[in-house]
Design a protein around this ligand. Structure first.
Ligand code: DAH
Length: 353
């Protein structure tokens, strides 16, 4: 009887081996383990055996049945995994095959020209020991104005047309606004660290103003700040020159003139010779031949104090690069409104892969 069971088991195994479909496996199961299957035939014969015989043969038959069931389950699992693998193989997409995607009429993404330039600037400043910071778009009056030496009645608040949030709740003491400049991050940066330090902070800013070729309501700046012992105008000029040389890879004509910002003293405007018209005058430079690119200056003592820094011990410079304008100069883009208008024909010109 044992031999009979063993050969039944190997017969079962060989019956399953060539099968690749679960349905076929299940019908093989019926042939062997079903009501009218071969195992049931053997079970029937047990009926006529003596109790002693039953005691030895019964467990043998059950063990064979268990083995068959486990072989069967393995086979079913194997088929299922094979099916999944085949499907994965068929549906595999190699995302590195850009040329294939393109030849099939598809398109691929790429960096916005502003992102390309921003990353380059970040690399330049990271290599000079600066950190790269971020800050919130929704700000309060303290960070956007007060701490930057612009008190409530100061006319400089009118220089920047602010988008205010109207809070229905009277619990909110500080009025909220969309930051009008990245200078807010100067305050956050100072309050979070102890001097000496140096950081830059790129980000989007918002102003409620009319748009034209060089103005947008939503645009981007890149703030910079360095505080240390004896930081001077010489440091400021060195870092600004390095920045422009690295970005334009050539000497560009610049001019430095006095500029007024409540948070710096002295303050400067660093203008660049308009690269759209080569200084002849166009809509981007408002026919002046110059583009205001890099307002900057030595950090006002009141601002250092607002950042918990003693102005008798420390000094610093700050700048607020017009990032979008720099990108326009770099690529010869003659209208800032291209940046956010969603026209892929514009963006695709900058995809480098
Ligand atoms: N926050 C100023 C603006 O948006 C720009 C600016 C000027 C930033 C001078 C500075 C600075 O850090 O020193 O108009």
């Amino acid at each position: 009887m044992k031999d009979q069971l063993d050969s039944l088991l190997s017969e079962f195994e060989s019956a399953l081996t060539p099968l690749t479909e679960q349905a076929d496996v299940l019908s093989a199961k019926a042939n062997f383990l079903g009501k009218k299957g071969k195992v049931s035939e053997i079970m029937k014969s047990i009926g006529g055996m003596s109790p002693e015989e039953k005691k030895t043969i019964g467990p043998l038959v059950n063990a064979t049945k268990d083995k068959m069931l486990s072989i069967l389950q393995d086979k079913l699992n194997f088929i299922e995994i094979e099916k999944i693998n085949q499907k994965l193989e068929k549906e595999k997409i190699d995302i590195t095959l850009l040329d294939d995607i393109k030849s099939e009429g598809g398109t691929h993404g790429g960096y916005h020209p502003r992102t390309i330039v921003q990353k380059e600037i970040e690399d330049v400043f990271l290599s000079m020991g600066f950190e790269v910071l971020d800050g919130p778009h929704v700000e309060d009056e303290f960070h956007n104005f007060e701490a930057l030496n612009i008190p409530a009645d100061h006319p400089a608040r009118d220089m920047q047309d602010t988008f205010w949030f109207h809070h229905p709740s009277s619990d909110v003491e500080k009025k909220q606004l969309l930051r009008t400049h990245t200078s807010t991050i100067q305050i956050r940066g100072m309050l979070e660290r102890k001097p000496p330090f140096r950081f830059i902070a790129p980000g989007t800013v918002f102003r409620c103003e009319r748009t034209d070729a060089s103005h947008e309501m939503v645009f981007n700046q890149l703030e910079g700040m360095m505080v240390g012992k004896d930081v001077s105008v010489a440091h400021l000029i060195y870092f600004m020159k390095t920045l422009l040389k690295e970005i334009f890879k050539k000497d560009v004509k610049v001019r430095l003139r006095p500029g007024f910002f409540p948070f710096v003293e002295p303050g400067f405007e660093l203008d660049i010779n308009c690269l759209i018209c080569n200084g002849k005058g166009c809509s981007v430079c408002k026919k002046t031949g110059w583009v205001e690119l890099l307002p900057c200056g030595m950090v006002h003592p009141n601002v250092l104090r607002a950042g918990n820094i003693d102005p008798d011990e420390w000094s610093g410079f700050a700048f607020g690069l017009g990032l979008d304008r720099l990108v326009m100069m770099r690529y010869g883009i003659d209208d800032i409104r291209y940046f956010n208008n969603g026209d892929l024909r514009f963006y695709e010109q900058f995809h480098s892969f």
